[in-house]
Structures are given as structure tokens and as C-alpha cells.
Design a protein around this ligand. Structure first.
Ligand code: SF4
Ligand code: SF4
Length: 137
């Protein structure tokens, strides 16, 4: 994966800060529950809210509740959404990284010069969506 798309997170924490919904799949809630030694119901009550029937981490108006000292405190168990960011289809257009996406993510900005073909990037995104999220580790 890293050979195909030279993305290297700078761990700046920008994508975990301020406003933003972190949606949770059922697998995410199960994995995070285990991480905390809670039942899924306990984890959901403590950390989740619902938007149009989709679970997300509570309080999307502020920094992620799992952001601690600029790092993800649940990194090994982090949600799929976090594992796949920023390689989301909406961050690419015409096979290229969008300027707006690069503005949000310094690691994307670094590779925006075109050393990764957008087509490859989109293929990776699609493969990632079909496969276990651990592929981004
Ligand atoms: S904004 Fe980009 S570089 Fe910064 S932590 Fe998120 S993925 Fe990594
Ligand atoms: S769960 Fe971790 S990676 Fe995801 S937004 Fe929160 S702090 Fe960032």
C-alpha cells in the first residue's frame, strides 16, 4: 500500500481536532468496546450519539474525545473512518488530490505534486473500503 501511494501521516492531529463527525460501524463499536473492556451497550452509552440512525462519537462540535496530547489514545482500535482518512473518494477529482483536501492534511499536500497517480489512489481507496481497515497501518 505505502509503495503504491506514498502517504505518510505527519501525526499533526488536524483531522482529529475541532468540528467533525466520526461515524462508527458496528465493527468499530465492537472493537472500541473491547479496547475499553466494556460491553458494546456500555461503550455506546458512554461515547456515542446518533445522527439519522447512524452512530458517531458524541460531541462532534469539539476535538475528538480520544485525542490526548495531540495523539489518538485509541489508535489500535480507532474507527474505520479514521483508518481510511484522507484517502476518501471525495478528496480526489479527475484522478488528482483536491486542493481543499490538501489544505486539510499536510501529508496529502506533500504528495500533491503528482508522484502518485490519482487512479492508483482511487483504486486503493476502493480496495480499502472492501478490505479490513488494518491495511493502512
Ligand atoms: S491531517 Fe493528515 S497528516 Fe494530519 S494527522 Fe490527519 S491524516 Fe495525518
Ligand atoms: S478516534 Fe483517534 S484517529 Fe479518530 S478522530 Fe479520534 S483521535 Fe483522531
Amino acid at each position: 500500500m505505502k509503495d503504491l501511494f506514498p502517504f505518510k501521516c505527519t501525526e499533526c492531529g488536524a483531522c482529529c481536532s475541532s468540528y467533525g463527525f466520526v461515524y462508527l460501524t458496528t465493527e468499530d463499536r465492537v472493537r472500541l468496546s473491547r479496547h475499553f473492556g466494556l460491553t458494546v451497550a456500555q461503550f455506546t452509552r458512554r461515547y456515542c450519539a446518533k445522527n439519522h440512525s447512524e452512530y458517531h462519537l458524541a460531541d462532534p462540535e469539539s476535538d475528538c474525545c480520544f485525542l490526548a496530547d495531540g495523539k489518538c489514545a485509541v489508535y489500535e482500535a480507532r474507527p474505520s473512518q479514521c483508518r481510511t482518512w484522507p484517502l476518501w473518494p471525495e478528496n480526489f477529482s479527475g484522478g488528482k488530490i483536491k486542493q481543499s483536501a490538501a489544505a486539510d492534511c499536510p501529508a496529502l499536500a506533500r504528495i500533491m505534486v503528482g508522484d502518485a497517480s490519482g487512479k492508483s489512489a482511487l483504486n486503493i481507496v476502493q480496495a480499502e473500503r472492501r478490505s479490513p481497515p488494518d491495511a493502512f497501518r
